[in-house]
Design a protein around this ligand. Sequence first.
Ligand SMILES: *Cc1c(COP(=O)(O)O)cnc(C)c1O
Length: 223
Amino acid sequence: MKVSDRLQEIQQNIEQACLKAGRKPEEVKLIAVTKYVSAERAQEALDAGIHHLGENRDEGLLEKREALGDKPVWHFIGSLQTRKVKKIINHVSYIHSLDRLSLAEEINKRANRPINCLVQVNVSGEQSKHGLSPDEVIHFVKQLGQFTKITVCGLMTMAPLTDDEQLLRSCFKQLKGLQEEVQQLELPFAPCGELSMGMSNDYPIAVEEGATIVRIGTALVGE
Ligand SMILES: *Cc1c(COP(=O)(O)O)cnc(C)c1O
């Protein structure tokens, strides 16, 4: 199926979720997650009008970045090993997986400009998932003030892979609550306006609960 057809359907779902929640569709950025697909397929997403691309591994990011250039806005969404930071940091606009001080320190050291970082939170508490536990977030964010090249532009989470709508909603609501706590601190380095949540399985619910960035792979470009 063509990316443009899938995109149309996804945009309709996002619009509907916004309508339900009294939000504006322009508030939601759509990232095409291209980790499963070729650079050609990623190009098709760009041709369909998508501006944001996401990759979760350094090799994938660099390969796509080489093929597609710097016109798309590049997001690194996967867990990031400290030693890989220098390879990718100056090729991306957003890092969605900031979850430890040693990583912040390395980003700060290697970046040639301020980087939009999202703090990853493991809201569901699943062992398999990366991220800080919710009760660590505020203390962690405060500590990031020492790094001049880190802007805490938001929070990110991955919800469990489930059809349990209540469980999904509760995850997204918790992330939204944490975002509000960070915003109340009014830290100049942590505007925290973005909520990166929602994937193929759950993005309409995430948008209803306040997502400003959805990361969609399977449903948009395929597996
Ligand atoms: C793969 C991935 C996605 C996209 O997943 P789909 O279910 O294919 O939409 C989103 N976020 C992260 C962090 C991922 O690794």
